[in-house]
Write a protein of this length. Structure first.
Length: 449
């Protein structure tokens, strides 16, 4: 695009980039970062600004931020050599994984998913496995509403395992749902998301910000919650994550609340402890710790702010956390019309749907009990520990027999993929399928992160 052909947005963004470069020359890096992010908010397709900001992060030893920026460029343009070289410098393992993703064929399981229905046996595992490993399955078909897939996931035929690395691990895991990271890259690149994420991460370093949330909790004693504390230790160890700070949450909800990272802090509801058996607790806890293990809790919380769901399973603690986060990054709507806000909501929802599938795999890696994992998914649809749910997984799935998988997956943005009943049926189907693959079998047998 020549300067004569540049849009008004690009011209304005270029001015912000020039100002950022001037501030960086004066070694005012915080202001330079702010101006570069402003340029990207004005014109999110401005690759020159994204690469410049990535190099700024790299030169200041902020390798995680630099990697995120390089990855975002590559998800849009896999031929960008400057981005490849930058990513190889700051995150060689991530660059290697992304090259594999960019070279494989589209996922045929996704391509044919519209033809899959729940049979008398709920799902035909052999058929799904054949679809997953087949070829020439036709054009890509997305089951997640209007979001289109530009990069499909790898086929999952590589073996997981190897020696466990020493110390905590963060970032991509071999067992993540294959479409998770490509959609995450689009979410990170969208509008105000980068600034929201930066604000959330900065707030984590000020513990007093989260006092209103933590004041609703209590520390759990080993004598009263021995099984639950053991479940947290098991989930952390099997995900390769440091043990988090643990609070007990006196609410009847069924899902833990991840409050912040730095240090990782999680609140375990007493309702979940009462209603779930030990392997189910491990599964449910690991699903939430996965957000920290994946190193995208801030992005997930930003998506939660944008979606602003008021679900039937939200307790007081989660509602208070939402208010705190909105206070941190609540000005994200500035300058956005309603149409753009709705687009952001759809993208946030599309990514969180995929996160739910990755988190289910994390839960299964931690508990190593497929039946318990599926039962936990069913129990997670309850409004509270006092609400009766299906007695068995089969009874729950019987309610959806004959429905197309695409219909189960296509829930609206106001529905949470972590508690919606139709999506729970889809999650069970997907988790059972993954557990039947070579990769899933190896992780169930005790693979390492």
């Amino acid at each position: 695009m020549s300067e004569q052909e540049e849009t008004a947005e690009r011209k304005s963004a270029r001015i912000r980039l020039y100002q950022a470069q001037q501030e960086a020359a004066r070694r005012k890096f915080a202001r330079a970062e702010e101006l570069a992010l402003m340029a990207l908010e004005i014109d999110e397709s401005f690759v020159e600004a994204r690469l410049w900001l990535a190099k700024l992060y790299e030169d200041n030893d902020e390798t995680r931020k630099a990697a995120h920026m390089y990855e975002t460029v590559l998800h849009e343009d896999k031929e960008n050599e400057e981005a490849w070289k930058g990513l190889e410098r700051v995150a060689p393992a991530a660059a290697q994984r992304l090259r594999r993703l960019s070279e494989i064929a589209p996922d045929p399981f996704v391509a044919r998913r519209q033809q899959t229905t729940l049979s008398d046996d709920i799902v035909d595992m052999e058929t799904l496995a054949e679809e997953r490993s087949g070829a020439g399955a036709g054009p890509s078909f997305g089951v997640f509403g209007e979001f289109s897939e530009e990069i499909a996931g790898e086929l999952g035929e590589e073996e997981a395992g190897g020696e466990q690395e020493e110390g905590p691990q963060r970032g991509p895991a071999e067992w993540e749902y294959e479409q998770d990271r490509p959609v995450l890259a689009k979410w990170r690149a969208a509008g105000p998301v980068a600034q929201m994420v930066a604000a959330i991460r900065a707030a984590w370093q000020r513990p007093e910000v989260f006092n209103p949330v933590e004041e609703m909790c209590a520390h759990g004693s080993a004598s009263s919650y021995e099984d639950m504390l053991s479940a947290v230790e098991q989930a952390s160890a099997r995900l390769g994550l440091e043990k988090p700070d643990i609070y007990m949450l006196p609410e009847p909800i069924m899902d833990p609340v991840v409050i912040r990272d730095g240090p990782p802090t999680i609140a375990i509801p007493t309702g979940m402890v009462r209603a779930m058996q030990r392997p189910e607790q491990t599964f449910q806890i690991a699903r939430r710790l996965f957000l920290i293990r994946a190193d995208y809790l801030a992005e997930w919380q930003a998506a939660d702010i944008v979606l602003a769901r008021r679900t039937r399973v939200m307790g007081d603690c989660l509602s208070t956390l939402r208010e705190v986060l909105e206070g941190i990054a609540g000005n994200w709507r500035n300058g956005l019309d309603q149409g753009r806000i709705e687009q952001l909501k759809k993208l946030a929802h599309a990514w969180q749907q995929r996160v739910a599938l990755s988190a289910d795999r994390a839960g299964l890696v931690a508990c190593r009990d497929l039946q318990a994992a599926c039962q936990a998914i069913v129990k997670g649809t309850a409004r509270s520990a006092n609400e009766k749910v299906a007695a068995t997984v089969r009874e729950f799935m019987d309610r959806f027999r004959g429905q197309e998988a695409a219909a189960l997956a296509a829930i609206p943005p106001q529905a949470s993929p972590d508690s919606d009943e139709a999506y729970a049926a889809y999650r069970i189907m997907m988790l059972r399928w993954w557990a039947s693959t070579d990769q899933g079998k190896q992780w169930l047998a005790g693979g390492t992160t």
